[in-house]
Design a protein around this ligand. Sequence first.
Ligand SMILES: *[C@@H]1O[C@H](CO)[C@@H](O)[C@H](O)[C@H]1NC(C)=O
Ligand SMILES: *[C@@H]1O[C@H](CO)[C@@H](O)[C@H](O)[C@H]1NC(C)=O
Ligand SMILES: *[C@@H]1O[C@H](CO)[C@@H](O)[C@H](O)[C@H]1NC(C)=O
Ligand SMILES: *[C@@H]1O[C@H](CO)[C@@H](O)[C@H](O)[C@H]1NC(C)=O
Ligand SMILES: *[C@@H]1O[C@H](CO)[C@@H](O)[C@H](O)[C@H]1NC(C)=O
Ligand SMILES: *[C@@H]1O[C@H](CO)[C@@H](O)[C@H](O)[C@H]1NC(C)=O
Length: 488
Amino acid sequence: MGTFHLQPLLVAALLFSASFALTIDEEIAIANRQKVAFEQHHPTDHVHIDINIDIKINNPRLLSAHKALQALKDALYSDPNNFTGNWVGPDVCAYNGVFCVTSLHNQSESAVASLDMNAADVAGYLPKEIGLMRDLAVLHLNSNRFCGVIPEEIKNMTELYEFDASNNRFVGPFPAAVLGVPKLSYLDIRFNDFDGPIPPELFLKPYDAIFLNNNRFTSGIPETIGKSKASVIVLANNQLGGCIPRSIGEAAATLDQFIFTNNSFTGCLPVETGLLTNASVFDVSTNVLTGSIPPTLAGLSKVEQLDLSRNMFTGDVPGDVCQLPALANLSVSYNFLTREATECSALDGNMDISFRDEANCMGQSRPTQRSAGECTPVVSHPVDCTKVKPCGWPSMEPTPKPAANNNPPPPVASPPLPPPPLAASPPPPPMSSPPPPTSSPPQPVASPPPPVFSPPPPIASPPPPPIILPPVRGTKYQSPPPPLFPGY
Ligand SMILES: *[C@@H]1O[C@H](CO)[C@@H](O)[C@H](O)[C@H]1NC(C)=O
Ligand SMILES: *[C@@H]1O[C@H](CO)[C@@H](O)[C@H](O)[C@H]1NC(C)=O
Ligand SMILES: *[C@@H]1O[C@H](CO)[C@@H](O)[C@H](O)[C@H]1NC(C)=O
Ligand SMILES: *[C@@H]1O[C@H](CO)[C@@H](O)[C@H](O)[C@H]1NC(C)=O
Ligand SMILES: *[C@@H]1O[C@H](CO)[C@@H](O)[C@H](O)[C@H]1NC(C)=O
Ligand SMILES: *[C@@H]1O[C@H](CO)[C@@H](O)[C@H](O)[C@H]1NC(C)=O
């Protein structure tokens, strides 16, 4: 028993303080070991028996909560701040972190509506008895050292509305049990060690906020993301790959903040992105997106923070994007862009808007650009998004509409003139709102198929700027104390 009680602490301490020194493989190994240890010592049929026969609680709701809280206290092997020190006796409503209200179901009974253990720094696991807190609407476990898995019994919490398990040591696949919590609206499991794919059902739930950032989720984003009713979706700092689904545009009515930074998304940014007219934050920085910046982004009429930096975008920065009406912060830095509209460079003098475009391929026209040696291999083979499969754009309409005259002149760089638009027949892109500005200089199509630039070029020379952190200020859900790590 000594070993079990010590080992997870040690592991937690290791993960906590030295996570930057461990390789991913080491972390995975530790997480797996932790999970095995957990399963060995807490077999799934293990049930706590309430041994305190003196407890007399007439209210059955509080009696259940009492069982749950005592089981939780038993499941802690470290409580350095004595957070649960007063979790004794029958009056659960007086326990630290417990908040009671009048029961929704019986006006003459109290019920435990909220358990707030944020930053208590306890170590332990979540026992299955947690499910006995059927009246609980808010469960905040942020910034502790909970390990193991989220028990299936969380489904029994039929009133649970907010679940914040962020900044702990939970492991295993996406905790599917939470998808069975009927009233859940706020799901925050960021800063844990969950791995594997994100289940498609997640986006079919009527959640308002979904925070999955800083885990080890892999695979792609399910197509169902378009069905999401969430206002905030944060998938940052995982190992997700594949395309950003074109269905994303279907989430236009509700999506406010869309933060996908630091994954491995490939292909082109879908033109449907421009349909997200209610989005205030759109961040796909630090991925492997290729091709042009879709001119449809000019449809993001409410966007305040637009971050496209650290990808492999080529072509130009459309003037309309730099003139978005709500813009406060635009970064296109660390790409392979060859030009930008004058409206963009003009942002330099705008005190209200932060604009970053360094480390691109705009030569002498802009400060602090990449060298020709870095640029040429990429810029000479620009990716034509209308030809990319599967993460491409619908073929652009062939109409040579005399596009807005304020169009930037064709790239200085001397790429061959684009051939006439492709086949005459293609259906118009399924965009409704902002008609895709025909303006952007069509991609110069080199005859050979665009090479697949698998690994992003090591951004060798320029010193990496300070970690680009999320717009905490503008973030809607900052109320639960942020994880101890910098981040969303
Ligand atoms: C923990 O809290 C309880 C109740 O407040 C108190 O009786 C006990 O002495 C505390 N223990 C320590 C180690 O501070
Ligand atoms: C409501 O709670 C009171 C006090 O616990 C109890 O006597 C009564 O039976 C409950 N009513 C219902 C409908 O459960
Ligand atoms: C959870 O609900 C199921 C079905 O209603 C029940 O059998 C089980 O005892 C409950 N468990 C807990 C811990 O609440
Ligand atoms: C990016 O994600 C990786 C894991 O996928 C993580 O190790 C790294 O710290 C993240 N970078 C930032 C700036 O958060
Ligand atoms: C944006 O939100 C408003 C208010 O909720 C809504 O009326 C509008 O339809 C939304 N926009 C789109 C494109 O759905
Ligand atoms: C713009 O975003 C960057 C990175 O996300 C951040 O460091 C900076 O503070 C932001 N500036 C403004 C004015 O919001």
